[in-house]
Ligand binder design. Structure first.
Ligand SMILES: [Zn+2]
Length: 331
């Protein structure tokens, strides 16, 4: 009699959380890529599909302590006024990009944050729905913008099935402790022919490979998984999504990924420059603790920024973007 083969079932969360088995391709063992700059965590990489994961994974019950109030900033304002203005411009661009592809109707932004993009989508005539982890994260979208935002677990959210024209994961899929389940849920909510829009850091990119543990976009342990295009394609095709477009040029994310990773690799206090761009209520205070590093950071900023912009163009031309945007259709 043949021995029954255990079905690969990433939806069985408890087993997966305690096993390094790959969520995308099911390979049983993973290689350790490097130790994280955050003590106590390592990054594993699947030798077959390249999917990275933070190990050990923080349990979903404990992850909230890695999202303190300062992570979102007072009244959900995360950046100083210059970068707030830039952020708003970028969100507007995101909404326009989606508008070029998605017909008007219900859309769901999973991890909608302050709801700025969703607000633009609403003004373009969409029925805008948002999803957020907690009430504090959803405060601005709900109270200031009067958007409809559900909070809690996306997998059991109150949204209707087969109804959305688009489900959007904009730098949020990697925050799910089980992205396979999240993808299955997105499929369930989308109408046939509906759009799935996913933007995330590209673990296969030049930035990621060059900088390793110093790569800005790792964001350990909040990012449970580190996708490259191969692993993202694998997870999408398993759920019968057909990719229609992949963009490697992202001016919002990619130059900064190079810039801050250079600083980190050069031995500056981790993410010091990023901290300078934040609103006062969201800062960690690292710049105040290291005044000399702050002066040096500003002194070498012009050449480093020029190099980062140049490398962003090279990345995009070679389809190696530090972050990628992938659009797919539910077949
Ligand atoms: Zn794999």
């Amino acid at each position: 009699m043949t021995k029954p083969v255990t079905r690969f079932a990433p939806e069985r969360q408890e087993i997966i959380r305690h096993s390094p088995r790959c969520h995308c391709c099911g390979r049983v063992t993973a290689d350790k890529a490097f130790d994280s700059a955050v003590p106590g965590f390592s990054i594993l990489r699947c030798p077959d599909c390249g999917l990275g994961r933070t190990w050990p994974a923080v349990s979903p019950q404990d992850i909230s302590r890695w999202y303190p109030a300062s992570y979102y900033g007072k009244e959900n304002v995360r950046f100083n006024f210059i970068f707030e203005a830039l952020t708003r411009l970028f969100r507007r661009r995101r909404a326009r990009v989606l508008h070029n592809r998605v017909p008007r109707g219900p859309v769901l932004d999973v991890g909608c944050g302050r709801g700025i993009m969703l607000n633009h989508l609403r003004s373009l005539g969409y029925e805008a729905h948002g999803m957020e982890l907690s009430d504090s994260a959803a405060w601005h979208a709900r109270e200031q913008l009067r958007l409809e935002v559900a909070t809690g677990d996306f997998l059991t959210s109150p949204h209707r099935k087969d109804c959305f024209n688009a489900v959007i994961f904009w730098h949020t899929l990697e925050h799910f402790h089980n992205p396979v389940e999240a993808m299955a849920r997105a499929r369930e909510l989308l109408r046939p022919g509906g759009f799935l829009a996913v933007a995330l850091p590209n673990f296969d990119s030049f930035q990621a490979r060059l900088f390793g543990r110093n790569w800005f976009h790792l964001d350990v342990p909040r990012h449970y998984f580190h996708f490259g295009l191969k692993s993202l394609e694998a997870i999408m095709s398993r759920h019968a999504f057909r990719i229609v477009q992949t963009d490697h040029f992202c001016f919002e994310q990619n130059p900064f990924g190079w810039l801050q990773s250079f600083y980190n690799a050069l031995g500056f206090p981790e993410n010091l420059f990023y901290d300078l761009l934040k609103a006062r209520s969201a800062r960690t205070g690292v710049a105040r603790k290291h005044p000399l590093a702050l002066v040096m950071t500003l002194l070498i900023l012009p050449p480093l920024l020029a190099l980062s912009l140049l490398l962003t163009l090279v990345d995009a031309a070679l389809r190696q973007g530090g972050t990628i945007e992938v659009y797919a259709i539910k077949e």
